[in-house]
Write a protein that binds this ligand. Sequence first.
Ligand code: SF4
Ligand code: SF4
Length: 240
Amino acid sequence: MAKIWVLREPRRGDRAWNIYSLREAARLKRWFDGVYYSPRLRRLLAVFRPTPGTHVNRLVFEEMSDSVLRDAYRMECPEGCNRCCVIHSGAFMLDVEVRQLPPELRERVLRQPSEKLVTPGGKVRVYRLDTEPMGRCIFFDVEKGRCMLEELYGKRFKPIVCLLTYCTVFATRGGKKYLKAGYRVHRDGSVEIIYREASDEEWRRMVARMGSVWRRYRRVYLAKKAEEAEEDNAKSLARR
Ligand code: SF4
Ligand code: SF4
């Protein structure tokens, strides 16, 4: 049976460790498969499939058999929601990721506020990306409703935190679509997520509902942009 590598769960209250863990995960980004929810383990699994021979840090990754994914739901982030990028995104990028960006984008990130953390694996600089109004990410294209990094350069240029963070609302399994119907907290503290199969129409409606935050933001953004263009126009006419 094939093996997969799963990122160990974050440690509550231990930011330095969690950033270290994310940095190790960022190194394996190109082999990132996806985030799954295993009903058997009652756990979200961030799955990586590095080619044999790749060094994997066992402190932050655990090896599992592919079979754990047999009944697992794959977390999805459908186009049109954008909730995580538009307000209070909390997005950030690690120094190892910034170094991989094309120069023009790298410069932009380097101008963002940052902090240096001392982690078990050494110092890591963390750059904030949530510095646009209302915590919008600097790489979010409000008009198109897309992540510029993904659109222009591909998914592996997105920050690892964006690849790993899922709301768990949307899922797929065996070619079918599912929506989260609820959750149950068990005595041992584990959380059981309950999914129900959804039709294309129910899925579309949920995307529209979740996307309402972005659409409202977009309306205000476009109105402000039009206002600014009008003001600029008026100023240049006055100068003539
Ligand atoms: S709320 Fe869920 S579907 Fe929406 S952008 Fe975030 S992860 Fe994607
Ligand atoms: S980097 Fe992309 S996916 Fe991440 S918050 Fe910014 S726009 Fe969204």
